[in-house]
Write a protein that binds this ligand. Structure first.
Ligand SMILES: C[S@@+](CC[C@H](N)C(=O)[O-])C[C@H]1O[C@@H](n2cnc3c(N)ncnc32)[C@H](O)[C@@H]1O
Length: 280
């Protein structure tokens, strides 16, 4: 049986898998970049969209030391079992060749990826403000016209540095949000309205997805998620409970009728009482 993405540990949920597939299917050519790969869950999916003549670069510290103490604390806390070897083994279970691997901090990425070369960048490395702010600037440098950048953890309570760096880019650096999921924000320095129109057209046909259009300072912002599937076993269980309730309710009605004045239970009790009184 072919391996499944779900077997790779990581934090890459179905709504974002669907959105990545959609954004990466865009026809315009360009390279792909991921900052922060962990075990390769999102990298494997991105790699499926690599086309002839394009380059896919990934960057991660893997088991190496982080550039500062705060970054070291977050990596040793959350990614202690990560090695470059584990990432590569996972990736090669799905693809014939590895992407170009930059083994080091994301601050070095501009030495490996050319300006204006990328159509898609996923920023998912350090969650600290100073690092993410630098990743924002690197993404802006390497993205070509209408390129898309995706930021992970833009709204989690444990990653305020990501939120600050991302919304700062929106407020001050001309970054235009296209859509958000629960975990990720999708944006561009290009034509966000064009992406939104195409995205809404696709979403209107995607039966497994729901969306709303919210407002962000007079600009639309699409919010997307997958519809929750009711597990078949849940539905069967609910049917069983409903049938049980129907039976109980019928029995209660019968008991209430029996107990009514003049009903069979009351009549029987009267007969017995008269018999006992007659004997004494
Ligand atoms: C949240 S994980 C990435 C998850 C992955 N994109 C996925 O969806 O499965 C963050 C990764 O960033 C790496 N990382 C943390 N700080 C980094 C830095 N300063 N430079 C490069 N990589 C870093 C960690 O080693 C870890 O593998």
């Amino acid at each position: 049986m072919p391996p499944s993405l779900e077997q790779i540990p990581g934090w890459f949920w179905p709504a974002d898998q669907r959105l990545f597939d959609w954004f990466l299917s865009d026809e315009r050519p360009g390279d792909l970049l991921e900052l922060g790969v962990y075990m390769g869950k999102s990298a494997v999916l991105i790699g499926r969209h690599l086309r002839r003549g394009e380059r896919f670069t990934v960057c991660d510290l893997f088991e190496s030391d982080a550039p500062d103490a705060a970054n070291d604390a977050e990596t040793s806390r959350s990614y202690s079992t990560l090695t470059r070897r584990r990432f590569e083994e996972n990736y090669l279970a799905f693809h014939d060749a590895l992407p170009d691997v930059v083994h080091g901090p994301t601050s070095e990425i501009l030495a490996h990826v050319k300006p204006d070369s990328c159509r898609f960048v996923h920023v998912d490395a350090s969650h600290l403000y100073a690092h993410v702010r630098e990743d924002v600037l690197s993404a802006r440098t390497v993205l070509g016209e209408d390129g898309v950048v995706v930021f992970d953890d833009y709204r989690s309570e444990h990653t305020p540095g990501v939120s600050l760096a991302v919304w700062e880019a929106v407020a001050n650096l001309g970054l235009a949000p296209i859509c958000v999921s629960t975990q990720k924000l999708y944006a561009t320095w290009g034509d966000a309205a064009g992406y939104q129109a195409r995205l809404l057209a696709w979403l209107s046909t995607a039966e497994d997805m729901w969306h709303t259009v919210d407002e962000l300072d007079a600009r639309p912002l699409v919010r997307v998620n997958v519809r929750k599937k009711k597990a078949a076993s849940d539905v069967a269980e609910l049917r069983k409970v409903a049938a049980e309730l129907k039976r109980t309710s019928a029995e209660l009605k019968k008991t209430a009728a029996d107990l009514r004045a003049g009903g069979p239970v009351v009549r029987r009790a009267l007969r017995w009482t008269r018999r006992i009184v007659g004997r004494s």
